[in-house]
Ligand binder design. Structure first.
Ligand code: FAD
Length: 588
């Protein structure tokens, strides 16, 4: 990116200038280059691993962003830096986004759990391009990590280097691993395999352990999977055929692996929101280019109101996804915010709305969105992945349902107070953090925050106020379900949790994508703000509010009389914004 005018949507709304660091700029310029894009397209079509591109990224300093100096302070290891790289990677190629993204998750566990020498060794290796994989899943067990079957026997090596098991109570110097792991990103290529096992003798359901396994000949790749999304990525199954690692390779305590994984996965979910943001931004670019590239019946495509409508909705969703992802990065950067709630919200909302965004573009590109030779097709495939890994949609909804019930009786300061504090703070560096005691996730009052945003929303006041009213209805609905003892019913709690994600995204869209609310929050101005940003905010907020309202009606059809005027206000805002856009399009 040469200047702010060319910035992506996420870069425009991100309150940090991390993406402008020279290393990140040179990575972004390389990814934008037509030769790189053509190389990546070739790999995706041929389903070959983009090793040449990955090597070049490390030459350009990717290792500095991922691993920093061994033992050093880690200037580039803020969430803003890692999000900024992931956004550019996903925009260029979903395969590349996950090939590199997995290192942040895997190294995060190492930085929190491993002893200094192991950690320094892995950081040094990663800095040189020897990447890490996170090795959890087993085919038959899916998300149920507690039932992990891969095992590690504690033992010692004799003078000849042969492994013998130590009896219970003995002190092992080594562990011998057996078992099969499936669907592992980097399972064939990556050097460090951060692996979840059950150590013999640790029989409690959660008593699992993480070991850092350097790849050797005892790690057998049993198959490479052919995936619909991210076809150039290496998604493989591996078998440990008696792999022996020293006890110094423990990542965290014996029996403490699952807690470490859950802690890091909660943060990795924030990172997936920015993969979604990179994808939606690319969808905007390709759809806009297409509208300007053809004529039909003697008239430019961009003259057709129906196509402009899709384009506008796509841009509105792109701004909403970018705003929530940027807000998540800021929340994760704050030492005062435990981000498991906002990252779950961001994972669900950004991934599902990115699917909708790509769908809007797909309707414009029609046949061109279904041809492997055309660039848009990869977005149609890639976007399906984000809701599935690092917690399927239902796994994340189940977790979010536990947090969302706190909305009824919020214990935290309002979001506007927390965010304003976060702006001025020295950001958390994920690289150096020890594993803390698991704190209760920060769940700020949603309805009160939306009311506050409405007071500062200027031109977008009516949509902001409507979102606030919906949030009050949601809090009432949750309170009723909890009081009736029906909150354990997924058919009720999941729609309520999902409605909260739409409204939280609306709050992020206003707070981060709308100038007057940004000013009120003390965020820097939107980089290169555009005249039609207010229309995007109106449309995005209206779409999010309508989605939330439908779920509220599903929860309690009796609320229809109260919800109808709110829905009418949102529908009017949507229609007005579309009319204004159609009259002024194209803007180029
Ligand atoms: C491209 C790709 C890359 C991957 N990379 C990795 C990797 O690097 N490392 C790794 O370890 N794994 C990886 N995985 C595996 C991924 O994490 C698993 O696919 C995931 O855990 C889900 O497992 P599953 O699809 O078998 O679904 P399951 O967990 O078996 O779930 C089955 C169904 O039940 C639903 N469900 C689950 N829990 C609940 C609940 N509490 N309430 C209601 N419904 C529920 C699910 O949403 C799903 O619909 C990858 C997968 C893919 C596709």
């Amino acid at each position: 990116m040469s200047d702010e005018k060319q910035a992506s949507t996420w870069q425009r709304v991100c309150p940090s200038a991390a993406w402008q660091h020279p290393t990140l700029r040179s990575i972004a310029a390389y990814l934008d280059h037509p030769d790189t894009q053509s190389a990546l397209r070739g790999h995706e079509l041929a389903r070959t691993y983009p090793g040449d591109v990955v090597s070049r990224l490390f030459e350009l300093g990717l290792g500095e962003v991922l691993a920093g100096e061994p033992g050093g302070a880690g200037a580039l290891q803020t969430y803003h830096h890692s999000f900024a790289v992931l956004e550019r990677l996903a925009s260029a190629s979903g395969s590349l986004g996950i090939i590199i993204g997995v290192n942040v998750l895997a190294l995060g566990t190492v930085c929190m759990g491993a002893q200094a020498p192991l950690r320094q060794r892995i950081c040094a290796d990663l800095g040189q391009g020897r990447m890490c994989a996170i090795v959890l899943s087993e085919w038959a067990r899916g998300s149920d990590l507690r039932s992990t079957q891969s095992r590690a026997e504690p033992g010692v090596l004799d003078a000849q280097g042969a492994f013998t098991v130590v009896p219970a109570g003995g002190t092992p110097t080594h562990y011998r691993i057996t078992g099969t792991k499936d669907l592992i990103n980097g399972g064939r290529t990556n050097h460090w395999l951060i692996t979840l096992v059950r150590v013999d003798g640790e029989d409690s359901p959660g008593g699992l352990t993480l070991l850092a396994v350097p790849r050797d000949q005892s790690v057998v790749v049993t198959r490479r999977w052919t995936t619909l999304p991210a076809p150039a990525a290496d998604i493989s199954s591996i078998e440990y055929a008696g792999t022996v690692v020293p006890a110094e390779n423990l990542v965290g305590a014996v029996g403490g692996g699952l807690r470490l994984v859950m802690y890091r996965v909660a943060r990795a979910r924030g990172g997936i929101s920015v993969l979604a943001a990179g994808t939606t931004h690319r969808a905007v670019q390709l759809t806009e280019d297409y509208l300007h590239s053809r004529e039909l019946h003697g008239q430019a495509l961009y003259k057709y109101p129906a196509l402009v409508e899709h384009m506008h909705r796509l841009e509105a969703i792109d701004l909403a996804v970018a705003s929530l992802s940027a807000k998540t990065a800021l929340a994760m950067s704050s030492p005062r915010i435990e981000p498991a709630y906002i990252t779950a919200v961001a994972k669900l909302a950004c991934c599902s709305w990115a699917e909708r965004a790509v769908d809007e573009g797909r309707r414009v590109l029609s046949s061109r969105a279904l041809l492997e030779e055309e660039p848009f097709t990869r977005l149609v495939r890639d976007v399906l992945l984000y809701s599935v890994f690092d917690g399927t949609r239902h796994v994340v909804l189940a977790q979010l349902a536990k947090y969302v019930r706190q909305l009824v009786d919020p214990k935290e300061s309002p979001a506007d107070v927390l965010l304003r504090d976060a702006v001025g703070q020295d950001p958390v560096r994920w690289h150096d953090a020890p594993l803390p005691r698991l704190a209760r996730p920060t769940v700020p009052a949603l309805a009160a925050h939306l009311d506050w945003l409405a007071d500062h929303a200027g031109r977008c006041q009516s949509v902001a106020a409507a979102l606030g009213q919906l949030a009050h209805h949601l809090e009432t609905a949750i309170g009723t379900l909890v009081a009736q003892g029906r909150w354990k019913d997924q058919a009720l709690a999941f729609p309520a949790a999902e409605a909260a994600t739409h409204l939280e995204m609306g709050a992020a869209l206003l707070g981060f994508g709308h100038g007057p609310c940004r000013d009120a929050l003390g965020l820097p101005e939107v980089a290169a703000s555009r005249a039609h940003d207010d229309l995007l905010v109106d449309t995005g907020a209206a779409m999010l509010g309508m989605a939330a309202a439908e779920l509220l009606l599903q929860l309690n059809p009796d609320t229809a009389p109260a919800l109808t005027p709110v829905m009418g206000c949102l529908a009017q805002a949507h229609a007005d914004a579309l009319q204004a856009v159609i009259q002024t399009y194209p803007r180029r």
